[in-house]
Design a protein around this ligand. Structure first.
Ligand SMILES: Nc1ncnc2c1ncn2[C@@H]1O[C@H](COP(=O)(O)OP(=O)(O)O)[C@@H](O)[C@H]1O
Ligand SMILES: [Mg+2]
Length: 506
């Protein structure tokens, strides 16, 4: 379907400024349709004046539609719809005498010229389905009167109201609640939903007859600077939106000052109870804080566990048992590092370069205090989700530990010097990590897939089964060992790096 901009610029020959105005009008015309209980169609003259082109269409949510078909893009030859021409030429709202029956239901048409900078740039056709017509209620009459005021403002070129920012949250609609204010700012009509919203704010007296500005300020729980905009909005003096909080409820207010024939004729106040919405937002915020607090406590608990194991290790005489407990201390410690980072993270995503640095430091300190090797880090891990960060931190801990323990330590226990390098590279949804040492190298009969020792088994399980990646342990040409870990990762936003899917070869 062609867009309004396409149709208006190419086929109707309107200017960019005209189109901007029409866009502003369209962002608000649901209001006019709902108050009118009518369908609206925006017509513009075809460039050569040979007919009328339908630019846009909207149906009321308050009444049955009069136009079941989609008619945007349709063209009527000139003269076929005389009241469109009349609205344009005579610059006035006109109403057809008799209802039309062409579609089987009685439909009454009216036309409203759309004026911008003193020119009529388009015409709104307002079509009411009369088949459901009944004796109008007080509410119907209040709506229709408001619709007529707005229509006159459209014709006079003062609605839509310029300078109005489009709101991010959905503005209140007619059905959410409507108040009509008279010239003095007193309520002359309140829809049942409008009254309910004020009841929820704590109003016990009647709304009709009350001065809305002062009344709303009294009900508002927050005294303070906000009250200026509250007074302006609730008294219907400025076209703006605000929120009132009172009695445990939150109500969104939107004021539309009405000016008819150059004279202020009061205002429409649209209102909507947003208590539940705001409540849920606040819950989400506290939920985030709660998750961070939990990570903090998990970290503390893990540190306690590590401390207990360390204490126990010191009491043991058997060197092997002591070493085993020390390894456990280190493993627990590396998980604690991830939780510590998560306790500061705004969401469940961590900067793994930070974690890698701390894991390397811990490996150098705790694992082999006698080794004279400091691991070097190069490349970038980037942001990783918590579900990847925890296993990867453990993997890195094991690999660094092995290099320090086996690569740079003679069986006699003497420490050797050397180089230990960690590189990280992220490309096309894949993270490649290598841990390379120039130490003594792997034993003769080494096979990573059949090793029964715990460390590499943990590494293999985490890399292959948990992270869905690949593990390679190979001798380094010229002496030493190189371990390669490849895992699929998603970027923080959930899309793979560089657009390729997880596991796609680079
Ligand atoms: N970087 C390395 N340099 C030399 N040998 C290594 C290296 N990494 C692993 N190994 C060898 O692989 C074996 C298995 O390692 P691992 O599963 O971590 O068990 P552990 O460290 O408890 O011995 C080690 O005992 C060692 O012989
Ligand atoms: Mg090991």
């Amino acid at each position: 379907m062609p867009t309004l901009t396409d149709l208006a610029l190419r086929q109707a020959g309107l200017t960019e400024a005209d189109v901007d105005w029409l866009h502003m009008l369209l962002s608000d015309w649901q209001l006019l349709a709902d108050l009118s209980f009518a369908d609206l169609v925006l017509w513009a003259q075809v460039r050569d004046g040979s007919g009328w082109l339908a630019l846009a269409q909207i149906r009321p949510v308050t009444a049955p539609t009069a136009i079941a078909d989609d008619i945007v893009g349709a063209v009527h030859p000139g003269g076929a719809r005389p009241f469109l021409d009349v609205a344009m030429e005579e610059r006035r709202i006109c109403r057809e005498g008799d209802p039309e029956w062409t579609t089987g239901v009685p439909v009454r048409h009216e036309t409203i010229p759309v004026t911008h900078e003193d020119r009529v740039i388009a015409v709104i056709e307002r079509s009411t389905n009369l088949s459901a017509a009944r004796t109008p209620s007080r509410m119907d009459l209040a709506y229709l009167r408001a619709a007529d005021d707005l229509a006159q403002m459209v014709a006079a070129g003062i609605f839509p109201l310029p300078g109005e920012q489009p709101t991010l949250v959905r503005s209140p609609r007619v059905g959410d609640g409507l108040l009509r204010l008279g010239r003095s700012g007193r309520v002359t009509y309140a829809s049942p939903n409008g009254l309910s919203a004020y009841r929820r704010l704590g109003l016990t007296a009647d709304l009709v007859g009350a001065e809305l500005g002062p009344l709303t300020a009294r009900l508002s729980a927050s005294g303070g600077p906000r009250d200026d905009s509250l007074m302006l909005t609730a008294s219907g003096r400025a076209h703006m939106e605000t929120e009132v909080e009172g009695n445990g409820s939150v109500v969104q207010l939107r004021a539309i000052p009405l000016v008819v024939g150059g004279v202020r004729s009061g205002a429409l106040i649209l209102l909507r109870d947003v208590t539940e919405l705001r409540h849920r937002e606040r819950e989400l915020i506290t939920k985030d804080a709660t998750i961070r607090e939990i990570h903090h406590r998990v970290k503390n608990n893990l540190q306690t566990v590590a401390a207990l194991l360390r204490l126990q290790a010191r009491r043991l005489k058997a060197a092997e048992a002591r070493a085993a407990l020390q390894e456990a201390v280190r493993r627990v410690g590396s998980i604690a590092i991830v939780h510590e980072t998560l306790s500061h993270a705004p969401d469940e995503v961590v900067d793994f370069d930070d974690i890698a640095g701390r894991v390397a430091m811990m490996a150098a300190e705790v694992a082999a205090p006698e080794a004279r090797v400091k691991p070097g880090l190069s490349g970038e891990f980037g942001l990783l989700p918590a579900s990847v960060a925890t296993p990867l931190a453990l993997v890195l801990t094991e690999l660094l530990q092995n290099a320090l323990q086996h690569g740079f330590t003679r069986p006699t226990g003497t420490a050797l010097g050397g180089k230990l390098e960690v590189t990280a590279n992220r490309l096309n949804g894949q993270l490649t990590v290598t841990v390379t040492d120039n130490g003594v190298g792997l034993p003769e009969d080494f096979d990573v897939n059949s090793t029964a020792s715990l460390g590499l088994q943990i590494v293999r399980t985490l890399v292959v089964a948990e992270l869905g990646g690949r593990l390679e342990v190979s001798p380094q040409p010229g002496g030493g060992t190189r371990v390669l870990v490849e895992i699929p990762v998603q970027t923080a936003t959930g899309t793979p790096d560089g657009g390729a899917g997880p596991g796609t070869p680079a």
